[in-house]
Design a binder for this molecule. Sequence first.
Ligand code: NAD
Length: 483
Amino acid sequence: SEIDSIHKELNDSFVASALSALGKAPSVKSTSPYPLLSIQYRVHQLRQLAILIQENTDAFCEALDKDFGKPAREILMGELGPAFERTLQSAKDVESWAKTTPAEGVPEWQSTWGARVEKRAKGVVLIISPWNYPIILTFQPLIGAIAAGCCAVIKPSEIIPTFSTLIAELVPKYLDPAAYRVVLGAVPEITRLLELKWDHIFYTGNGRVGRIIASAAAKHLTPITLELGGKSPVIVDPATCGDLALAAKRIIWGKINNAGQICIAPDYVLIPRASIPAFTAAVSKALAEFFPDGALNSKDYGRIVSPLHFNRVKALLSRTTGKIVVGGKTGRGGEHAVDRVVEPTLIVFDDIEVGAKDITMEEELFAPLLPVIPVDSIADALAFVRARDHPLVIYAFTNDDKLKQTILDSTLSGNTVFNDTFQQLSVDQIPFGGVGESGYGRQVLKYTFDEFAYQRSVLDIPQKAEPSLTIRYPPTTEKNLSF
Ligand code: NAD
């Protein structure tokens, strides 16, 4: 099938690039002026990717508007801008990332052994991306794969067909088809892809499918990166957070991005009962500022991706046992993205136990719904978080350094952000990724490069080092037993 021949062609290209060093390369139909997968080649392809992004900004915005009414502002700020910058940054840094590094701290007697670590491309890799931030979540792993010198197959999400078709058109126009290809399709195509042997699989999406990917990869012992999601809590300590209204504004802003359809959205809030009225009032005020004509009518507010997901969110709204104190209204749903809109909604519970058992607390919400659960103390909030899977993020609003340390010491999460939401995505120098149920592996920039580059250790032990090694040979004597 087509999938099998793409897989074979890329494997042939990858092998050819290695053999070209021996002058034995079979011919590969590359469009690049540089030797396949050399550093110049990678830089050239990264620049081509940056041009692809720059020249097709409007086309991307139109495609994502058509697929799910994604606001242009969010696409530019959250996807195209960072994807463009990270592509160029990687083009600048790839040479230093790819450099062989001498081992540090080698003892004197091994100092002549040339101990070093070289960064080798793993080979031909598979990138499977989701629908929610499809530009950045497709290109970010691709940037790392290109930088590491891998060939790659990209499988974008079938849930957003206009975008996925666009990617399939653009990638061969700008990037070298000898090394980078797009496969479109849904479960049958992915199933075939997953039967083939890859040198790395980078999957971003939900944990249920993450398990399918992990078991398919296990058959070939293929290393994988799983960027998953989960229920990321927000802990609010009104006594030490300073301005509660500002905290509320930052939390609800984190929730309305992409209408809550992002892996790092605040999933639920744990806050002392007495502060709930002030918190909900501050959320209402912030929403009125963001959407003066209401969120349902705002072009700055995203839509729900599909009729299926819209109906899922409506079902949560109708089945929750909590009280809807802010929002709660929806559009009429259906085939048109514009109608699949759900107001930012606060669902307040009277009791921690009731909140814990509610339908909104069963799975990651991935919607603009925000359960607010009362706690009697911050210790209760921490116990609540600890009793659940390690989340992708813990957000906590407090200025108390001791409490911050307690939170860090008593929990585990992919990232932890104090006093804001989302900003972990804007600091490229820290790794982004999950732990436990929220996945494993890291991005961005050098961290993504490291997912796709194998760190091979190399030793070259000179014969003149022999005097320091003779002790290892039998027969045993008193001399070689003494330390
Ligand atoms: P999705 O439905 O688009 O699926 C993701 C990918 O998995 C798609 O390419 C899809 O074709 C593929 N897929 C679907 N069913 C499959 C199957 N049975 N076998 C193999 N592959 C299959 O997107 P989604 O999973 O709904 O995305 C949302 C989830 O992704 C959320 O849980 C979110 O938290 C998580 N997410 C995580 C990150 C991160 O960086 N950690 C980023 C974005 C989204």
